[in-house]
Each structure stands twice: as structure tokens, then as C-alpha cells.
Design a protein around this ligand. Sequence first.
Ligand SMILES: [Zn+2]
Length: 230
Amino acid sequence: MNPLKYIVDFMFPRRCHICGGSLAEDEECLCTICLGALPRTGFHRVEDSRNAMVQRFAGLVPFRHASGHFFYSPQSPIAGLMIDLKYHHYSSLARRLGRVMGEELRTTPFLSDVDCVVPIPMHWLKQSIRGYNPAREIAVGFAEGSDLELVDAMIMTRHRRTQTKQTLDRRLRNASGLFAVTKPEQLDNRHVLLLDDVCTTGATMLAAAQTLRRTVPDAAISMLTLGVTF
Ligand SMILES: [Zn+2]
């Protein structure tokens, strides 16, 4: 180990984001035990009838694959991580989780014919207030872990009210016309993986997929989120 790094680690030990235990040299943000214990959905390898993401979007927009990687519930450890990702600017944690997801999906059929990953954008005003877009940080890590190209091809065109207490119907109406594709030529005739941090009702992801479908009809669409409710 680099002597300076050794001293810094000794004086300011790096801690696991979940259990608070000190991290080994090759661990980043999460210890191996906590990372291994995060509940994976396995949706990418189950039949469609058992894949809650596929069921959520079936019939609403044409797509090839859909998955959420970790089960998300208010009681699950991933919920605490998500709050930190969304509100506390933990970009290194977002990238770490994205990279884990990319590495775990890299050799699976889920990604076998995907050409590029497009993060779900945040409105520029919200992003400037928050300092970063967690979905994009997850996508940066995911692109590294999966060896896929990252393309910032979409923008959010208007600000919207926070959605947590709205009904699905209101969320869908609120999400209509929310996105625009700014670089359609970079997605044409490609298989695009839309990536977001968490999927609850699916309204945001659906709005992005419908916009992509309308703007770049020759692009194939798949959808992936780090966390998914069930
Ligand atoms: Zn831990």
C-alpha cells in the first residue's frame, strides 16, 4: 500500500456505508458482507411473468428487457442508501453501486445486445440545487462495470412537483411531456438501456421510454433501475 494512503486510512478510516465497519483496502463504500447481503431481485434471469419490472411496463411501451437490480422497501438497507444518494450527494456510493450492477449484469443475456446506456435526466434547476443527478452517477459506474457507452442523450424539459405523495394517475399526467431527446442521431438504430435510480410506480421511466420511442422510433429500448419496489 502507498505509505501516505496507509497513514490517511489509519487516521481517517474509511467506513462501510451500512454497518460502519472499517473497509479493507480493496473495498469501496460498502464492505463485502453488506454488499453481498443487499437483496438482489434476479429479475434479469427470470421469466417475464415473475419479473415485476416487465409486468409494470407490459403493453405500455415496446421494450426488450426490463429489470430492477435490488429490492427496495422502506425497511431495506437499500432505502437508506437511496436517501443518501438522492439527498446527501454521495456520488462515490452511487458510482460504486452502479459499477456493481454493471459487473453483475455484464455477461448476462440482459445486456448481450445493448449498445449504450442513457441515464434518466434531472431538470437542470433541480440538478444545480442538488449538485448532482444520482441516476447519472449510477450510470457512470454502470458504464464502467458493464463496459457500455454512456450517452447523455435526454433532458428533462420542465420542473415538476415532488411525486412521493401523488397517485399513479397523477404521476402519469405529471410525467407526460417531461423529457426530450437532444441527441437522436446517437441513438438511431441502437439498443438503448434507460437507467434510473429507483422505480416505484414506473411513471418516470415510462415517460422517458415513450419520449424515446416517439423521437427515435428505430431505437430498441430496455429499462433498468438500481432499486425497485415490489
Ligand atoms: Zn458493512
